[in-house]
Design a protein around this ligand. Sequence first.
Ligand SMILES: [Zn+2]
Length: 289
Amino acid sequence: MKLLLAICLSVIGFAVPASAQTPAKALFGAKPDASQQRPAPFGSYSKGCVAGAVQLPETGPTWQAMRLSRNRNWGHPETIDFIKDLSRFAARQRGWNGLYIGDISQPRGGPMLSGHRSHQIGLDIDIWMRPADRLNLSRKARENISSISMRRAKGAYVNGSWTRAHHEILKAAAKDRRVARIFVFPGAKVQMCNDEKGNRNWLRKIRPWWGHHYHFHVRLNCPRGARGCVEQAPPPKGDGCAEARQWVADILNPPPPKPVDPSAPKPRPRRDYTLSDLPQQCAAVLQSN
Ligand SMILES: [Zn+2]
């Protein structure tokens, strides 16, 4: 009876009362649109939410949002501005007419039912490595086409699909004041380290990471004055090229596995966050119209 009531209420549009144990990803994953609040990220990239997010238009003069069925083309307004600016730059590169944009955040951010741990506060953006040559892809085509991997040898090197345009687009993103760091596979970082003959300061923000050979991931700084938005520590000083080269060396020549300490405690499986794990403002973000 209780269940039936809950189903009826949900069908006619009332929220089913969530218990304290309901995973936050179920609550945030169910919201089809942004909250009508002043734009603000709350919490950290991997534990938070976003108020007053803006939807990246599905198609613009220099971009298309991909995989629209996921409804993850929502971000802080500064994120949307950044994407428009970078896509305009990309459109000037040979073979590119703009950018294909992957996941940003859910309409109210928060944890997701599938995929990422971060992307929770509307400041993370996945950008496809595949050159956006056509900007008239249908919704259906954008569900079906795939990006292109740029790696070979398990990510130790870039492959033949990598071009100077990739270097220039990542460089432009890294030089942008709004950007905190960019994740890309180790072989791409080393390639950029080798190819950059000018000022190398921007390389500091290019961070080698697992995966990230079909897309690169741009993480923005907290917008000015965004109290309640929690930044990560800045990347270590320097261009990070020696560390990236070491990572590549370890891919090519894996070090022997570390001996396992049988008395060490088993790592605990990660628990799903509930609403009370998130910053308190996230309850209002969920409840807002
Ligand atoms: Zn990402």
